[in-house]
Design a protein around this ligand. Structure first.
Ligand SMILES: Nc1nc2c(ncn2[C@@H]2O[C@H](COP(=O)(O)OP(=O)(O)O)[C@@H](O)[C@H]2O)c(=O)[nH]1
Ligand SMILES: [Mg+2]
Length: 202
């Protein structure tokens, strides 16, 4: 979180995390295609020639109001490939909320869990835990015939009972419900932090 007092803006960072190819970039692409141009920035994508994210994708959105200040949500993705662990750590710096994008294909269940544990490891290194952090789960690629049953995925990945959403990022199904849920969690968390600082000043 970064508060720009002069502009009355609160900048909040939301990171779309997940295994490579789970659909993180597709989520941002869809959001970018559906938001009023007055309320969004350009979508920045840094890609290799195989069209994969190497550093991050970035999109800024303006939504609602917190404590008289305008929240600007900075949406980032991370690269999923193993060799970019350092990059993932950098992108997670100062994160306020996370969407974990799980790939529903049966063969990807181990990769999903491994990536979630990798996320937890990075959070712990930054003094945070998955248990107490604002995050939501998205079960993406529900359109594929080899998609795992939701109850299985819940058992395997949703051990903290966070809000979870089925999605098909390529058509946009479930993309905004996921975004709204993480924004709601982040705003709730920030409001309680701001109330805490106001109590300290009083
Ligand atoms: N069938 C299907 N394909 C998807 C879905 N979401 C993403 N994809 C495809 O999966 C590939 C990887 O998506 P991308 O968003 O680049 O993954 P990222 O590595 O997590 O950023 C692309 O070819 C997408 O078109 C989905 O919900 N259903
Ligand atoms: Mg990507």
């Amino acid at each position: 979180m970064f508060i720009h007092w002069a502009l009355k803006e609160i900048h909040l960072k939301i990171v779309y995390y997940g295994a490579g190819m789970s659909g993180k970039t597709e989520n941002l692409r869809y959001i970018h295609s559906r938001i009023d141009p007055a309320l969004k920035g350009d979508m920045v994508m840094l890609k290799t020639n195989e069209d994969r994210t190497i550093f991050f994708d970035f999109l800024q959105l303006e939504v609602g109001n917190i404590d008289g200040k305008k929240p600007k949500f900075n949406l980032y993705t991370v690269p999923g490939q193993i060799q970019y662990a350092q990059t993932r750590r950098v992108v997670l710096n100062g994160v306020d909320g996370i969407v974990f994008v799980a790939d529903s294909r049966k063969d990807l269940m181990d990769a999903n869990l491994e990536t979630l544990l990798d996320l937890e490891k990075h959070l712990i290194a930054g003094g945070k835990t998955l248990e107490n952090f604002p995050w939501v789960l998205q079960y993406n690629k529900r359109d594929l015939p080899d998609a795992e049953a939701i109850t299985e995925m819940e058992t395997k990945l949703n051990f903290f009972g966070v809000p979870s959403y089925e999605a098909v990022a390529t058509t946009g199904e479930g993309v905004f419900p996921t975004l709204k849920a993480v924004i709601k969690k982040v705003v709730g968390h920030v409001q309680s932090q701001l109330e805490g600082t106001q109590r300290m000043r009083a």
